[in-house]
Design a protein around this ligand. Structure first.
Ligand code: CS2
Length: 485
């Protein structure tokens, strides 16, 4: 079978949406760090829409910080790939917004030059929570990658390092202003990017930091589209439909949302013309997404894994799991969360749970469960403090923490745990035969939250942990739900 590329594009089935622009006229105004599936199903689609509208300067240079896999799959197909939308109906679209892909460790200078070049107006990131090198919510200067960048920027290890090295070059050339926009599931991601770059520049080039503070803006955004990892079944489905082979298609749900903080240096990228929303204050949108959608996802991932499910939609087919998640979000999280005026909290939660039920887009519990030590810091822990400080009942979140600790323990035992702190979790495992909840939570950055010192709350977490171990998760949930209702 022929490979998808510019030559085979005209052969594709007529119901596949094709790029309607001449790629030779496109320039890459964006450098994106973290060219994985989420980026390719989200931001790159918005860019492709703009390019289809004749906005020629919003092509993308993608950067992979570690693995060459995306570049190796996409370059032989001229960086074209299929985005399959899987819902009640299925549709296929070929995305052509990526102009080139760089693998940072192979050629660090090429990445630095790309960010420093004047054509680049916007740098975006989907480097996942762990890419921000945080400890207890702040930049961790002892993180091994960051320590290396603090020592030398000749071959940076972190996104901060690449940005700092590129900004030194951009400043030396008195280049144009630059916007750096976080597109991760992070609260205040733009502020972390600014803090990381500042930390490095204060060591390597304080004059550049002075220039950056006048010429660059670090902004945040709320990104949303459920995008699973690509499996063989998707590749086969796409090949059958397109009539050519695509080594790196990406599937996503029909829903897509991008809310962007309206702060840009220089020209504002016109993503609103592709359906994004610009807002003055991004915090409440980030919070709603993290505390309802992502928090619900992480609950279902832990509970579903414990119940033996592979996918999120299967976990939701179990009544106690579905009821627990819905009630936790509506009764425990919603009352302590500020929701933007244009969002109805209950409708939002209902819509999210409806999206998670999409059986046409299986989403693995272990994908959501990956890096959970980083994710719960944003998704659950702030709501617990908010609930306790307002003297509200936080029992659902206590149960969720117990389920998370049980998930860590079981995933470790099954060798399923994909987490940057995997080895640290394994060490507590051998050190503490009693409930590991407190040790696990300390690793997951809970020390900066007040709830860890609330003995009544912590005892309830320990209690639920033991109940889950003794009764199994489903029975423990049934008993829990009976006790709270
Ligand atoms: C998920 C997210 O894997 C996870 O942790 O919660 O990737 C989620 O699917 C996206 O944020 C949806 O926009």
């Amino acid at each position: 079978m022929n490979r998808l590329n510019e030559t085979t594009l005209p052969q594709l089935a007529s119901d596949v949406q094709l790029p309607g622009y001449d790629r030779s006229l496109i320039s890459a105004g964006i450098v994106h760090f973290g060219a994985g599936n989420f980026h390719r199903a989200h931001q790159a689609v918005y860019c492709d829409t703009l390019l289809n509208q004749g906005e020629n300067s919003w092509g993308i240079i993608g950067v992979s910080l570690r693995s060459p896999a995306v570049r190796d799959s996409l370059v032989p197909q001229d960086c074209l790939y299929t985005q399959a939308t899987l819902g009640e109906t299925t549709s296929y679209r070929v995305i052509a917004a990526i102009k080139g892909l760089l693998v940072a460790p192979e050629n660090p200078q090429a990445v630095i030059d790309a960010v420093a070049g004047d054509r680049t107006q916007l740098v975006t990131t989907t480097i996942t929570e762990k890419g921000y090198c945080l400890a207890n919510g702040a930049i961790d200067r002892n993180h091994p990658d960051l320590s290396r960048d603090l020592h030398s920027l000749s071959a940076p290890q972190t996104t901060y390092g690449y940005l700092a090295a590129a900004l030194i070059k951009r400043c030396a050339a008195q280049g144009k202003p630059l916007t750096v926009l976080c597109c991760d599931n992070m609260h205040g991601g733009g502020e972390h990017l600014a803090a990381g770059v500042r930390l490095l520049l204060e060591v390597h080039s304080p004059d550049t930091w002075a220039w950056v503070s006048r010429n660059c803006v670090f902004s945040s955004s709320m990104v949303d589209r459920v995008t699973p990892a690509t499996d063989t079944a998707l590749k086969e489905k796409v090949a059958e439909r397109l009539g050519v082979y695509d080594a790196a298609p990406v599937a996503a749900e029909p829903f897509s949302q991008w809310v962007i903080e309206d702060r840009f240096a220089g020209e504002r990228s016109p993503f609103d013309r592709a359906g994004a929303l610009f807002v003055e204050s991004i915090g409440p949108y980030e919070q709603v997404k993290l505390r309802f959608l992502n928090a619900g996802h992480s609950m279902l991932a832990a509970l579903g894994y414990l119940a033996g499910d592979r996918f999120i939609h299967e976990a939701l087919q179990r009544e106690p799991l579905a009821r627990f998640t819905e009630q936790a979000l509506k009764q425990c999280v919603l009352p302590v969360t500020a929701v933007p005026a244009d969002v109805d909290g209950v409708d939002y939660i209902n819509q999210v749970l409806g999206r998670f039920r999409n059986a046409n887009l299986p989403y693995a519990v272990l994908q959501v469960g990956s890096d959970s030590s980083q994710k719960i810091q944003q998704r659950w822990l702030p709501s617990i403090d908010d609930a306790l400080s307002r003297e509200r009942d936080a029992a659902y979140l206590a149960f969720a923490l117990a389920a998370w600790a049980s998930f860590i323990r079981k995933a470790l035992a099954n060798d399923d745990l994909n987490d940057p702190l995997r080895n640290d979790f394994a060490r507590c495992e051998s050190a503490a035969p009693r409930s590991p909840v407190r040790d696990y939570l300390a690793l997951a950055g809970a020390a900066k939250f007040a709830f860890v010192n609330n003995e009544t709350f912590m005892e309830s977490v320990d209690g639920f942990y033991h109940t889950i171990a003794e009764q199994g998760v489903e029975q423990a949930l049934v008993n829990f739900l009976t006790s709270v209702n």
